[in-house]
Ligand binder design. Sequence first.
Ligand code: GDP
Length: 193
Amino acid sequence: MPPIPLRFLKSATRVDDLPESDREVAVVGRSNVGKSSLINAFANRTRLAHTSKTPGRTQLINIFEVEPGVTVVDLPGYGYAKVPNRVKQDWGQMIEGYLLHRECLQMVMVLVDGEIGPTKLDVQMLDWLRSNEIPHQVIATKSDKVKSAKKPKRRIELSEGCNLEPGDIVWVSASKGIGIDRLQDLIWSWLAP
Ligand code: GDP
């Protein structure tokens, strides 16, 4: 399947400000996990989503259109240490509100750093999605950073950390283009009517 042709629609600070959609997938992960790079990779663009060396700066929900009524949402990265607690709470509420109430939501892609494995916050997010029965797919990023010899062990460790089987996880590298075709196929299938 071809890349996901994303057109930027708008950024919002409130869920209520998002345009209506029929079918949507969302991307979530802690700051610096490689979210912007991955969105650019599956859209086959270079500067669509903003990649930044200052993690946590994008506190907005960004919404992109694939075709009318079909959208991709980039949720703000969580877990950036240098923001005040009150800001963290606001983010948490915004993300939770979105995930619980967005009716068109088909799938949440939860990005986990493939090199460092799930953080405490990633595990919390996964537990929360499970307990709320929100469909989600774990995607391990930066697979190029794991040396070949260590890959089998890393796959097992990361999946165990997420309470999943190794085969449940999609491994990708945005910088080397690994696993992007497969991810594009999955995204098309989640967005299909
Ligand atoms: P975001 O904060 O989650 O949007 O993360 P970014 O996409 O801005 O990436 C954070 C850092 O990880 C940047 O320095 C990227 O160059 C790097 N990065 C992202 N994806 C990959 C990848 O697939 N492989 C490697 N080696 N580095 C990556």
